[in-house]
Design a protein around this ligand. Structure first.
Ligand SMILES: Nc1ncnc2c1ncn2[C@@H]1O[C@H](COP(=O)(O)OP(=O)(O)OP(=O)(O)O)[C@@H](O)[C@H]1O
Length: 239
């Protein structure tokens, strides 16, 4: 993404002001930053749910596909209450732009591979918050997106469930070798999952980036302190 600009009517300041950001294939990128710094807006634009005023998203062309499918998971699971877990996942296959990629056998395989087969016949109101978010992730993945986008998917969960889901998501993203972009306020979540962290500042700019994938355990604590200082310097406070 190069020179991305985005404003909303009625707001004095633009939300994104000349943002440049790369997401290499296969990377787990975490966008970290305080409320209002434009992270969700950026994610929505990448997902095709909103558009840039200026600037470009340069998608690498794969198989002639210049605007690849994305899978999106929000803070709430948004499952359809009248459908079972399996039917919720299969629902993605009903859409024209997903049909070619959707494969019911693959959806079943994902449920089994990531420990959810036992929930296949449940309705959403029979699921815990954590289970429902796992199903929302599988639904997003089942259409074989080139990019998985997650907007604070665990922020409504209790700390223990949140920790379980972070570990589950990390395994899933590694196992499926997905290119993933996760938005969060939570520095420890970012450090746990990211190959790279991009810290957003106010006005939708990336203030600093850190490559996390190669950092060994001994270097983690000093790195956390360094990122936290940058967070504070930009008058951003992690939750
Ligand atoms: N459709 C819209 N119309 C007007 N203003 C908007 C719209 N969408 C977002 N904004 C504003 O743009 C700014 C950035 O919002 P955005 O949700 O992208 O930030 P964020 O970094 O994701 O924050 P949070 O972490 O709280 O979700 C906010 O001030 C928000 O009020």
């Amino acid at each position: 993404m190069t020179s991305a600009h985005k404003s909303f009517a009625g707001r004095r300041e633009p939300v994104l002001q000349g943002l440049d950001l790369d997401v290499p294939t296969g990377e787990f990128l975490v966008l970290l930053g305080s409320s209002g710094s434009g992270k969700s807006t950026l994610l929505r634009i990448i997902a095709g749910l909103d558009h840039l005023d200026r600037g470009e998203i340069d998608w690498p062309s794969v198989d002639g596909d210049t605007r690849p499918h994305t899978g999106v998971v929000f803070q709430q699971p948004y499952l359809m209450p009248w459908l079972t877990v399996r039917e919720n996942i299969a629902f993605g296959g009903r859409f024209k732009n997903h049909r070619e990629r959707f494969d019911i056998a693959y959806a079943d395989e994902l449920l089994a591979r990531f420990g959810l087969s036992g929930l296949a016949g449940y309705y959403p109101d029979q699921l815990s918050g954590g289970q429902a978010q796992r199903v929302a992730v599988i639904r997003a993945v089942a259409v074989r997106p080139r990019l998985l986008l997650l907007d604070e998917p665990f922020s409504a969960l209790d700390p223990a469930t949140r920790s379980d889901l972070q570990s589950w998501l990390g395994d899933l993203a590694r196992d499926l070798a997905f290119t993933t972009v996760l938005v969060t306020h939570d520095l420890d979540e970012a450090l746990r999952l990211a190959d790279r962290i991009a810290l957003f500042g106010r006005g939708g700019t990336v203030r600093q980036q850190w490559r996390i994938a190669d950092v060994n355990q001994d270097e983690r604590a000093p790195l956390r302190t360094e990122i936290l200082e940058h967070y504070r310097d930009s008058s951003l406070t992690p939750s």
